[in-house]
Design a protein around this ligand. Structure first.
Ligand SMILES: [Zn+2]
Length: 224
């Protein structure tokens, strides 16, 4: 679909991780992301979103729209337990051009869902809040376990929350030097660890990071 895959630094400037993602100092939403600081303005990135700012800042729109995917590891000062880890993965997507609408976002998410899970899976969007998108949505996918009928895995809703998305906030565009009156678009972020836990019935996220070869081998088709 024409996306460029870009990776970025895990040791990141506060400016890209927070300020340019519309999270100024003292913004209450910074509390949502407990951060490992290395110095006053250098940190372990808490999200892959800083790659949005880094890419937007450099993009030359006279050469065409911006379409990027950025996968990588992120870090949070979290107490490790079966569903939380101080490191986990995110995959970020960003599309910016003229005349991009929320319908484009929904169409993209449906296409992605069908490619990853199969044509029988549907999505639904629920209103949400993220500092860097407006409006923002949380995206649910048909529960893979019961195919929508309702079960323990999906808490009997038939849906599982898999990603967050929204239309890029005009402030994010402005701070990267892009005119929000001309250009706009959407962003989405998903957590592959959660996908894998749900799909393979992994009950403890820490298993992914302990490097126990017996655990890891079961996902390696070559060793089966
Ligand atoms: Zn279910």
């Amino acid at each position: 679909m024409g996306y460029e895959v870009l990776t970025g630094p895990e040791v990141e400037e506060e400016k890209y991780n927070f300020e340019m993602m519309n999270l100024p100092k003292d913004h209450p939403a910074r509390d949502m992301q407990d951060t490992f600081y290395l110095t006053n303005d250098i940190l372990m990135r808490t999200q892959t979103s800083p790659m949005q700012a880094r890419t937007l800042e450099k993009h030359d729109f006279s050469q065409g729209p911006l379409k990027m995917i950025s996968p990588g590891i992120v870090y949070r000062r979290d107490t490790d337990d079966p569903t939380h880890s101080h490191q986990f993965h995110q995959v970020e997507g960003l599309v910016i051009d003229e005349h991009i609408t929320m319908a484009d976002l929904k169409g993209t998410l449906i296409t992605m869902t069908h490619e990853i899970f199969g044509d029988k899976f549907d999505i639904r969007l629920r209103p949400s809040y993220f500092p860097f998108t407006e409006p923002s949505v949380e995206v649910d996918v048909t529960c893979f376990n019961c195919m929508g009928k309702g079960c323990d895995v999906c808490k009997h809703t038939g849906w599982i929350e898999v990603l967050g998305a929204g239309m890029v906030h005009p402030n994010v565009l402005k701070m990267a030097g892009v005119d929000p009156d001309v250009y706009g678009g959407f962003a989405f972020g998903l957590g592959p660890d959660r996908f894998a836990m749900l799909q393979y019935g992994v009950t403890d996220i820490r298993d992914f990071y302990l490097n126990d070869v017996r655990f890891l081998n079961q996902f390696d088709k070559r060793s089966n």
